[in-house]
Design a protein around this ligand. Structure first.
Ligand code: SF4
Length: 395
């Protein structure tokens, strides 16, 4: 029997300090709210060993589970937080546990998110030797002023050094994250960021637009009128030059915010947008296995108990009905520039996509927002600009 491949996501929810815009599930070192959780982080041990030990137990637990064990793992993604805060020994422990309990496929993509200021040449060499073959470095901007406003821990110089060390350690698949619409950012300063990143020729660039998230310092600053955000025209210009500059330099846009050199797309993320089965391990990590979507506890005290066997363990658990699964298929699939495959839709749901969404698809095609060609349905460039509106039609 052919075993369906699986993707694994591992969450490391610790950072040196929280950035001003961040609403991810992560804690700064010495965060007081971690006291009494058996998981207090500190400068010497930014990722508590107790957390890594529970993670390893969780890897072992799923690795022995029917329906999951023996499935080839085609990608592993260490995300966060700042996974590059793991010590070399902790990385070794996690990679060994994964290889013991799962069948990591030959040529699997193994990514780790990293932040400048947490990497050394020795750590990068060790990471590479352990089989981590893709690095995703959080830069955000090359302007020192913008990095400061964002609350990043590093300078542009520290990023440059990390990037060079990574290349020297053998990483030939590197993503660089950048952000547009940063307070104080101008079209010129953004263009400079793009130029400086392109000069390094990374294999992949993710360009996100800043969103002021509830509960972040930026929300508070924005409410007090302290953030000088680029206006709509400037934001629009930044969005446009991202596309044109990157295309001119040999990067293909393959998802709303992601660009890569040929065949250097992030396979893990494509799997996620194509709704492949994935297993999320660690605090608050989400999984999709078959029709079941479930999320680990988001509370550290609960997670650290590691009661994986109890049904009540999950903070969220849902058996997706067909309607929800179809909506997800469309919502995630349309994020990709190649859109959704009519054949894949039929294979998954036993119905033709036009029988389910015919009038919505036709209507959006008439408005020039969607295109139907060669068995695929995808957003046009006008549709990409209005992606949220088009996707809302499918929900
Ligand atoms: S490094 Fe990333 S995860 Fe950590 S606080 Fe900053 S944005 Fe959030």
């Amino acid at each position: 029997m052919k075993r369906e491949p699986l993707e694994i996501y591992i969450h490391i929810p610790f950072c040196v300090k929280k950035c001003n815009y961040c609403d991810f599930l992560s804690y700064g070192i010495e965060d007081k709210s971690l006291e009494n959780t058996a998981c207090q982080s500190n400068r010497q041990n930014p990722v508590p060993q107790s957390y890594v030990d529970v993670l390893c137990r969780e890897i072992r637990w799923y690795g022995s589970m029917d329906g999951i064990k023996h499935r080839p793992v085609r990608s592993v993604f260490f995300g966060g937080g700042t996974p590059s805060l793991l010590s070399e020994d902790q990385m070794l422990q996690l990679m060994s546990e994964l290889r013991t309990d799962f069948l990591i496929a030959r040529g699997a993509e193994i990514s780790m998110e990293a932040n400048p200021g947490t990497l050394t040449p020795a750590k990068l060499e060790r990471m590479h030797a352990l089989g981590i073959n893709r690095l995703s470095i959080g830069l955000q901007s090359t302007s020192e002023d913008e990095l400061k406003i964002l609350g990043r821990i590093h300078s542009y110089g520290a990023f440059l050094q990390s990037f060079k060390w990574a290349r020297a350690a053998g990483f030939d698949n590197i993503n660089v994250d950048i952000i547009t619409a940063v307070p104080g950012q101008t079209v010129d300063s953004y263009r400079k960021t793009l130029d400086q990143v392109l000069a390094l020729s990374p294999e992949h660039i993710s360009a996100y637009s800043l969103i002021i998230e509830p509960g972040t310092p930026f929300e508070e600053m924005d409410a007090k009128g302290e953030l000088e955000l680029p206006d709509e025209d400037e934001e629009r210009k930044m969005y446009e030059i991202t596309g044109t500059f990157l295309k001119k330099n040999g990067y293909e846009r393959y998802e709303i915010s992601n660009y890569s050199k040929p065949e250097q797309e992030c396979r893990h993320n494509i799997g996620y947008w194509e709704r492949m089965d994935y297993l999320g391990l660690g605090l608050g990590a989400a999984s999709l296995i078959g029709k079941k979507r479930f999320t680990n506890p988001k509370n550290m005290t609960v997670y650290m108990k590691g009661s994986f066997a109890q049904e009540s363990w999950y903070s969220d658990e849902e058996l997706l009905d067909e309607k929800a699964a179809i909506e997800e298929f469309m919502f995630l699939g349309l994020r990709m520039i190649q859109g959704v495959s009519e054949k894949a839709f039929y294979k998954e749901f036993g119905r033709k996509i036009m029988a389910v969404y015919g009038s919505i698809i036709q209507d959006n095609c008439n408005k020039g927002l969607l295109k139907r060609k060669n068995g695929r349905i995808f957003l046009t460039s006008k549709g990409l600009d209005l992606a949220n509106t088009v996707m809302a039609d499918f929900l």
